[in-house]
Design a protein around this ligand. Structure first.
Ligand SMILES: Cc1cc2nc3c(=O)[nH]c(=O)nc-3n(C[C@H](O)[C@H](O)[C@H](O)COP(=O)(O)OP(=O)(O)OC[C@H]3O[C@@H](n4cnc5c(N)ncnc54)[C@H](O)[C@@H]3O)c2cc1C
Length: 428
């Protein structure tokens, strides 16, 4: 249970499986790999490495799953953010990678759920829904490209009438149904993977903030109470760390986004709005996403706020969005609401690579991290096992830095957000 003000009204924290009390780091110790951050990137990497016999420690500033991994929409979708941008930069090399790994994250998660018996309400089925003709065209194009690459059997296009059988809302023009996509209780997935990692010998230190990384031959991470000297270090703090400012500062601007969860819906209402229990996201740049929980609530996310201002009345902000999609829920109230930070690089390409010879990092999945973090975990384990000097293809991506981010970052994000909202309004 994450006992923290940020998780006071978090449905996942309220329904999390019990976890052991974990120690803080208060000694100088040695491991093969030290991982900073106990979210999906850190935990998935730890599990991949432990499965290969390495000794691993995770150092988490708060609790496992405290960051985005214990707060997200739980949508386990295929593909990566920033695909188009990286293909523009690197061509067929990036394209081949994206097709090869499209559902690899889902596969890794599913195998782990089965192997380690992780209870996290994992259910297949997702849909992307279109508001206008341009979005529908782009879903048709996605379907055609996927079919050409052998994924036609898991996808289907639905026009307005056909979509109504999956999503009981009149506001969409159609959608793309993805039977390989899924949704789950992300905090319980993360906690379950952490428990599996611990059974393989991974040591998890909680309530321990890493203050600095020493990049020598045997890199060392330092906290107030101790240090870990390792052969390799992985920085997996995503949008919640401010380490390595010289190298990483200014590339990734944090966006606040919110989720509200309704009271349990009457069974017939829950069944009527999403009859086959899909996880849905719309095709807007600034999108809404929603799904049912196993106890018949609607979990509704969106209201992404690039200005990085806190919304004080989350329910007040989310209710009109939910009622716009499902007017039939006009009398339904929210019981849980919380916010979290998504790490979004300016070009939306995940930032992954080496900070020095033996220090790796990954961040900035741009709201697409449940599947991708698991692929990165495997890629990191491969890189460490093979002593690779490049994380292909991400390490060759060009990223853009916002100069003097602390001074102009938020206004710039606000401007960017207005641009994307305008594009959504104009349907372009
Ligand atoms: C509201 C919301 C909804 C989202 N919805 C979806 C979705 O439906 N599907 C999807 O695929 N993705 C979604 N995402 C994105 C997804 O949750 C993230 O991409 C993913 O969880 C990132 O995992 P991570 O391990 O890299 O980072 P995190 O889960 O943020 O973990 C980073 C951890 O590092 C710790 N840390 C930071 N600094 C330090 C330090 N100095 N020392 C020690 N520890 C440190 C933090 O405490 C934190 O626990 C959503 C994100 C949010 C916020």
């Amino acid at each position: 249970m994450i006992n923290d003000p940020e998780h006071k009204h978090n449905y996942y924290a309220a329904t999390a499986h019990p976890v052991p009390v974990r120690p803080a780091l208060c000694d100088d110790v040695e491991f093969d790999v030290a991982i900073i951050g106990g979210g999906f990137t850190g935990v998935a990497s730890a599990l991949s490495l432990a499965e290969r016999g390495l000794s691993v420690a995770i150092v988490e500033a708060k609790k496992v799953g405290w960051g985005a991994s214990g707060r997200n929409g739980g949508q386990v979708l295929g593909g990566w953010s920033g695909e188009g941008a990286l293909i523009k930069q690197l061509g067929s090399r990036a394209e081949e990678f994206f097709w090869r790994t499209r559902y690899l994250g889902n596969e890794i998660v599913e195998k782990r759920i089965e192997k380690y018996q992780i209870e996290c309400d994992y259910v297949h089925g997702a849909a992307t829904v279109a508001f206008n003709a341009r979005q529908m065209e782009s879903l048709e194009q996605e379907y055609n490209e996927c079919a050409q690459h052998g994924f036609g059997d898991v996808l289907s296009l639905a026009d307005k009438t056909a979509l109504r059988a999956h999503v009981a809302s009149d506001i969409y023009l159609g959608g793309l149904i993805d039977r390989r996509g899924a949704h789950c209780h992300p905090l319980n997935l993360c906690l379950g993977e952490a428990e599996a990692a611990e059974k393989l010998g991974v040591q998890i230190f909680e309530d321990t903030r890493v203050m600095s990384i020493d990049h020598r031959d045997r890199p060392t991470v330092h906290s107030a109470g101790g240090s870990i000297r390792a052969k390799w270090v992985i920085l997996a703090g995503n949008a919640y760390h401010n380490l390595e400012g010289k190298r990483l500062g200014g590339y990734m601007l944090p966006a606040k986004t919110y989720i509200s969860v309704t009271e349990p819906l009457p069974e017939e209402v829950a069944k009527s709005i999403l009859p086959d229990n899909l996880a849905v996201c719309d095709a807007n740049w600034v999108l809404d996403y929603y799904r049912l929980t196993p106890d018949g609530r609607l979990l509704f996310g969106g209201k992404c706020n690039y200005a990085n201002n806190d919304i004080t009345d989350i329910d007040g902000a989310m209710l009109p969005r939910m009622r716009y999609v499902f007017p039939q829920l006009k009398d339904i109230k929210f019981e849980y609401s919380w916010g979290g930070i998504i790490g979004i690089p300016l070009n939306r390409i995940p930032m992954v690579g080496h900070l020095s010879e033996r220090v790796l990092y990954a961040q900035g999945y741009s709201g697409h991290g449940v599947n991708c973090s698991h692929i990165i975990g495997e890629m990191f384990a491969d890189a460490i096992e093979n002593e690779s000097s490049i994380i292909d293809p991400f390490e060759d991506a060009k990223h853009f830095k916002v100069p003097a981010k602390d001074l102009i970052g938020s206004p710039l994000m606000a401007l960017g957000m207005s641009y994307y909202r305008l594009r959504d309004k104009l349907g372009i």
